[in-house]
Design a protein around this ligand. Structure first.
Ligand SMILES: Nc1ncnc2c1ncn2[C@@H]1O[C@H](COP(=O)(O)OP(=O)(O)O)[C@@H](O)[C@H]1O
Ligand SMILES: [Mg+2]
Length: 341
């Protein structure tokens, strides 16, 4: 295996310490993914260095000039605090003819707004919940075709930001209130979707043109109170103490009929291509009690921390974390943007 120079593009606040020895799980910081990726690249024999950024392209230009990386390992999900700017940063790398890992700018843009992605999916008849978009500063008027219950989310935030039990609404008053909450607290457009009761599944995927999907993963909400909507709230995704309290479990989905699993894989692979994905992504789905599958969203560059769902599902397909990181590097090097053709 060729030893590579790798610049790991990360937010300057997430540059990890050199070692995590002696730290407890609770002391690990928001930089854990950055640490895992750097340590793994080093362990694989590559020369990997952080390339920390916040709001300056010149830092990237200088970093590339200095390191001359074979490939940039992209771990940024925002630039100057704005998620929508990440594709532009990758666009800059493409203009510099610099290979990078993960999703390309086009695929990031198509999936940035949940509404845009759903419109494209609908055109291709990929089943997704019906929805209405409520742009900032516009009056909330629910289309009649959209019955309750609905779930109200930010159209552009990810990681369940702004999603709580109160996001599931059963009347127009609560809908208006929750949309106002998204507008005022998150300063983004809001989307209200048909609330799909059922099993929560996700599928990790990797590839540019030839795709591999990892085993279907399931989130179990058993520890939640009986009457609480079974959804992945922000608290559930990010609060370790709360996860322990409710005994949150994620693992390979059991007892899925073979035809359903096959249908899910086919759907995910089609969606990956239709939404212009490359590198790696995770599809979030719901399986309703009547057997119908809905694609909730496509997440390009999903959370890559060691031990989290994406890496765990890869592991259960026989792909170790080392392998996974190496494959992501290879895919970055092999990706063919316009400048290569
Ligand atoms: N239409 C829906 N029906 C049922 N649950 C939903 C729906 N949309 C979102 N959820 C719940 O909210 C969680 C987060 O929503 P998602 O659209 O995946 O946004 P995020 O980008 O924040 O992950 C999902 O994992 C699921 O538990
Ligand atoms: Mg999601």
């Amino acid at each position: 295996m060729k030893k590579l120079r790798v610049a790991v593009l990360m937010l300057r606040d997430f540059v990890p310490p050199d070692t995590i020895e002696g730290l407890t799980e609770d002391e690990l910081g928001p930089w854990k993914t950055e640490y895992d990726v750097l340590a793994t690249l080093g362990g694989l024999g590559h020369r990997a260095h952080p390339l920390p950024v916040f709001d300056e392209l010149s830092v990237i230009r200088e970093g590339l000039a200095e390191m001359k990386p074979h490939v940039v390992f992209n771990l940024i999900e925002e630039f100057h605090g704005v998620g929508a700017y990440v594709p532009f940063v990758l666009g800059y790398l493409e203009l510099k003819r610099q290979p990078y890992t993960g999703c390309n700018p086009y695929g990031l843009m198509l999936t940035h707004s949940k509404a845009t992605a759903k419109k494209i999916l609908k055109h291709h008849r990929i089943p997704a919940p019906d929805f209405a978009l409520f742009p900032l500063r516009k009056v909330v008027r629910r289309p009649r075709r959209l019955p309750f219950p609905l779930i109200v989310k930010s159209a552009t935030e990810h990681g369940s930001v702004g999603i709580a039990q109160a996001s599931v609404v059963y009347d127009d008053k609560k809908l208006t209130d929750r949309v106002a909450f998204v507008h005022e607290e998150l300063h983004t457009d809001a989307i209200a979707e048909q609330y799909i009761e059922g099993r929560e599944l996700c599928v990790g995927m990797i590839g540019n043109s030839r795709l591999q999907a990892f085993p279907i993963w399931e989130v179990h909400f058993d520890g939640l109170p009986e009457d609480a909507p079974k959804i992945a709230t922000a608290k559930m995704k990010w609060d370790r103490a709360y996860q322990k309290k409710i005994g949150l479990k994620t693992r390979a989905a059991k007892d899925l009929p073979a035809a359903t699993a096959q249908h899910i894989y086919r759907l995910c692979k089609r969606a990956y291509r239709i939404l212009g994905q490359s590198g790696y992504a995770r599809m979030d789905l719901r399986l309703a009690p009547d057997g119908k599958v809905y694609l909730l969203e496509c997440n390009p560059n999903p959370h890559l921390e060691y031990g989290e769902d994406f890496a765990e599902s890869a592991e259960s397909a026989g792909i170790s974390y080392d392998d996974l990181i190496q494959r992501i590097l290879n895919l970055g090097l092999r990706y063919e943007p316009e400048w290569k053709s």
